[in-house]
Design a protein around this ligand. Structure first.
Ligand code: NDP
Length: 451
């Protein structure tokens, strides 16, 4: 990076931090993008003159609201709800809803910012948004989750709509929560539209939406592996998380011939040296999605496995790592351990799971590394396909949806190669994804004037 570009980046970040104090995750997400796109912006003065990047980091709208509800003991509980509508230059706002105790405005803003670039990469007409609450469904009864979702939607419904803003699931928001949210939305608006995605299959949901993020990440990894003449066949894979993304990443990796040896949750991880099988994975589906249990229970059922409390899976030797739990779950030491143990491909299923220091280690070691905004875009892409099916009032087969998903993931990979290939031939997927995502949104913003 030349001196003038470095000065531009430093000044930009200093101003961002001044205006958004304490929002660590948001600073991190913006910094990664600015580092990638600044050289491109320097080449095109109109982007600087029109302050496109400065406008992109300022959400179009932030909605924060009180979510009161009554628990099963009759006690009043108060949570905080958020919707960050970041950018609508290329389509209606689109992005998931996260229910987790760790949710803050900074996390919402980082996710909404990432979402803008990810949605642009999918080639579908979707703007970027994210929402959620510091409410955690863990340990709550179904009735409590329903009351919370109804209270949350009683405010959110004013701000969303099929052509305005279309939320979906994320951490803590799966089929059950989307159902309760949609039910309340329909009741308040008296209309049945495709305002939420991730809906049940018999009431407007797309086939393969639950599978899409994990499957899409594996399709993306297949493309990356192919650049080195490799495939999943015979490879050992470490996966973190045991939720929606992790479950289907594990299923697809396994079906493509890999041995998946780890899964985790926020309490620890399980290591099964013999690898997952369809039977073992069915146990995980039932454990996590129906009984809502903990991954530690896996080792009670399958004694070939070991459980490590309060640890992450990254010290286990593997060829491919797929972080599918949460942000900043691979830190510098984890990255060093992965590389030293021979891991040569890291494909992110989660959003921003690797810290900047960890990313530097992967890229300096020249291993294959893809950021979530590229490799986990299959989820929102399939949400986009759900919106299309809802609009035309049709339901596509699994094969049709899978073919679209496959094509979208390989198109995203091609875009990363186009904008991210460096002089020595190394594919910098971070740079490729950021520039490809940026160009479309930036040009749309310029063409629409100063709004
Ligand atoms: P789920 O809620 O289904 O699963 C999340 C998993 O991650 C759980 O196993 C959870 O464990 C674990 N986890 C959550 N927080 C932490 C933490 N702080 N430390 C360690 N483990 C944690 O969520 P999803 O699978 O939907 O989402 C996982 C990631 O993928 C997120 O980063 C999300 O933003 C991203 N993503 C999801 C998409 C989707 O379609 N669902 C689309 C694109 C990205 P526990 O049960 O203990 O909380």
């Amino acid at each position: 990076m030349d001196k003038q570009t470095r000065q531009y980046v430093d000044k930009f970040m200093a101003e961002l931090i001044r205006k958004n104090p304490g929002e660590k995750e948001f600073h991190q997400a913006v910094s990664e993008v600015v580092e990638s796109v600044a050289p491109y912006i320097m080449k095109y003065p109109y982007l600087r003159e029109q302050k496109v990047l400065e406008r992109m980091v300022e959400p179009e709208r932030v909605i924060m609201f009180r979510v009161p509800w009554v628990d099963d003991q009759g006690e009043v509980q108060i949570n905080r709800g958020f919707r960050v509508q970041m950018n609508s230059a290329i389509g209606p706002y689109k992005g998931g809803i996260r229910f987790h105790a760790s949710v803050t405005l900074s996390i919402m803003k980082f996710l909404a910012f990432e979402q803008t670039f990810k949605n642009s990469l999918t080639t579908l007409p979707m703007g970027g948004a994210k929402g959620g609450s510091d409410f955690s469904p863990r340990g709550k009864s179904d009735a409590e989750v329903m009351r919370f979702c109804q209270s949350f939607m009683s405010e959110l419904f004013r701000h969303i709509g099929a052509d305005t803003d279309v939320p979906a699931g994320d951490i803590g928001v799966g089929g059950r929560e989307v159902g309760y949210l949609f039910g309340q939305y329909k009741r308040l608006r008296d209309e049945f539209t495709g305002t939420l995605t991730g809906k049940g299959q018999y009431w407007g949901g797309s086939r393969l939406r639950p599978e899409a993020t994990g499957y899409g990440a594996c399709y993306f990894a297949q493309e990356m592996l192919a650049t080195r003449g490799k495939s999943f066949e015979g490879q050992t894979v470490c996966i973190s998380g045991a939720g929606n993304v992790a479950q289907y990443a594990a299923q697809k990796a396994m079906r493509l011939g890999a041995k998946v040896v780890t899964l985790s949750d926020s309490d620890g991880f399980m290591y099964d040296p013999e690898g997952l099988t369809e039977e073992k994975l069915n146990f995980v589906f039932e454990l996590k999605n129906i009984r809502r249990g903990r991954i530690s229970e896996y080792v009670k059922r399958f004694p070939s496995a070991q459980y490590f409390a309060s640890e992450r899976p990254w010290r286990i030797k593997c060829d491919i790592a797929m972080p599918c739990a949460t942000q900043n779950e691979i830190e510098k030491d984890d990255a060093e351990r992965l590389v030293n143990n021979g891991c040569y491909c890291v494909t992110e299923g989660a959003n921003m799971p690797s810290t900047p220091e960890a990313i530097a280690i992967f890229q300096n070691a020249k291993i294959l590394y893809s950021p979530g905004k590229a490799s986990n875009a299959g989820g929102v892409a399939t949400s986009g396909l759900e919106m299309t099916q809802n609009s035309i009032r049709q339901s596509w087969t699994s094969e049709e949806v899978d073919a679209h998903l496959h094509r979208i993931m390989s198109d995203i990979h091609a875009a990363c190669i186009k904008y991210g290939t460096e002089e020595d031939g190394y594919i910098n997927y971070v740079k490729g994804a950021n520039i490809a995502g940026f160009i479309k949104v930036a040009n749309a913003m310029v063409e629409q004037g100063i709004v």
